[in-house]
Ligand binder design. Structure first.
Ligand code: PMP
Length: 358
């Protein structure tokens, strides 16, 4: 896509494509790391009732500070966090863009380690922040010494670390995280969009918040909470950090409908999260199956698996799609990413992959 000459767009945007995976109507959709299980009927009814209540006063602007929702999110996170430690927006995408609006910008630098979530450089572009990318090792772990050296050279104002990382599913080693946070002169954002899917024994960066005031931990209700359509992401940090995010947010950015729906969904946390254990087990089964079939498999703490390698990954992706199975062509050359679905969807994926790989 190229904007016509007469469109006076910023030059660096002229040839850019809007971000997004294909939204195709095929039987087995395993390409955007959604939760395959929708909310229960009881949860859906409660959400609808809460939204109905909000609808009776839609003539008024919503609570700009989303106080009830932030209280509920803090209670869900635990770790001694309160409303002052939590901020929320329309998806963690918006939260992270707000973080760059506040901590990045012209003359400032953001840094991450590739392969990682491909929206990070887009937030940087959107906010005129210089973007620097270090590389991960071949097993997708981060070399702490190299990372600390890169941080010393580039002096980033913002470091993004996805853990579990997308598209690899791998988590950062706690000692390496600590080394990076100690070396970083600015803020460090640990993007824990997939935290609820991590294997037992894998720590969360929330534990480090009391020790490191410039650490931010982002989460989302899109994945484990089966709330991708509700658009609700959030961040936990020191109150002084939250306060500057409140400066850059647009007034009333979170609609009354979004706030009401998310508050109701959080009341059903236990039920919504009940499927997470099943998804973790399905993920571990699929990883073992893929290894048994002779594929390379990245160690996953998320609700997806990166596997490979294929000489022509696009051909494999297309052949799977021809069989009604949509996965994601993303990550390092030769690798593909599959989201964890229902047992039936996993069976369809395995059958299709067996046919295609043969
Ligand atoms: N971080 C990571 C690593 C992700 O994979 C995603 C979604 N694909 C997000 C953040 C954003 O999720 P959302 O905006 O739905 O909260």
């Amino acid at each position: 896509m190229t904007a016509p000459e007469w469109v006076p767009v910023r030059e660096e945007l002229r040839e850019e494509e809007p971000y997004g995976a294909p939204q195709l109507d095929v039987p087995v959709q395993l390409n955007t790391n959604e939760n395959p299980y929708g909310p229960s009927a009881a949860a859906a009814r409660d959400i609808a009732e809460e939204v109905f209540r909000a609808a009776t006063s839609l003539n008024r602007y919503p609570d700009r500070e989303a106080t009830d929702l932030r209280n509920a999110l803090a209670a869900y996170l635990g770790h001694g966090l309160t409303v002052e430690n939590v901020w929320a927006a329309n998806g963690s995408n918006e939260v992270m863009q707000q973080i760059l609006q506040a901590f990045g910008g012209p003359g400032r630098t953001a840094l991450s380690f590739a392969p990682t979530y491909s929206m990070y450089p887009e937030y940087a572009r959107n906010t005129h922040t210089r973007w620097v990318e270090g590389m991960r090792r071949d097993d997708f772990s981060i070399d702490a010494d190299a990372a600390v050296a890169l941080i010393a050279a580039e002096k980033p104002d913002v470091v993004f670390l996805a853990s579990p990382n997308n598209p690899t599913g791998t988590t950062i080693d706690p000692a390496e995280l600590r080394a990076i946070v100690e070396a970083a002169p600015g803020v460090v954002v640990v993007d824990e969009a997939y935290a609820e899917f991590r294997r037992s024994g894998t720590p969360t960066a929330l534990e480090l918040l009391p020790e490191f005031p410039k650490l931010l931990v982002t989460r989302t209700m899109s994945k484990a909470f089966a709330f991708a359509g509700g658009r609700l992401g959030y961040v936990a940090a020191e109150p002084a950090i939250i306060d500057v995010l409140r400066v850059v947010r647009l007034p009333y950015h979170l609609s009354a409908v979004s706030q009401a729906a998310a508050i109701a969904a959080l009341r059903h946390a236990d039920g919504l999260l009940a499927q997470v254990d099943a998804l973790r087990a399905t993920r571990d089964d699929l990883a073992a199956w893929l290894e048994g079939e002779g594929f390379d498999v990245a160690a996953s703490d998320a609700n997806f698996i990166l596997f490979g390698t294929f000489e022509d990954r696009h051909a494999t992706w297309q052949a799977l799609l021809d069989r009604g199975v949509l996965i994601r062509e993303v990550g390092p050359v030769g690798w593909l990413r599959v989201s964890i679905g229902t047992p039936d969807e996993m069976e369809a994926f395995k059958q299709a992959l067996k046919e295609v790989a043969r």
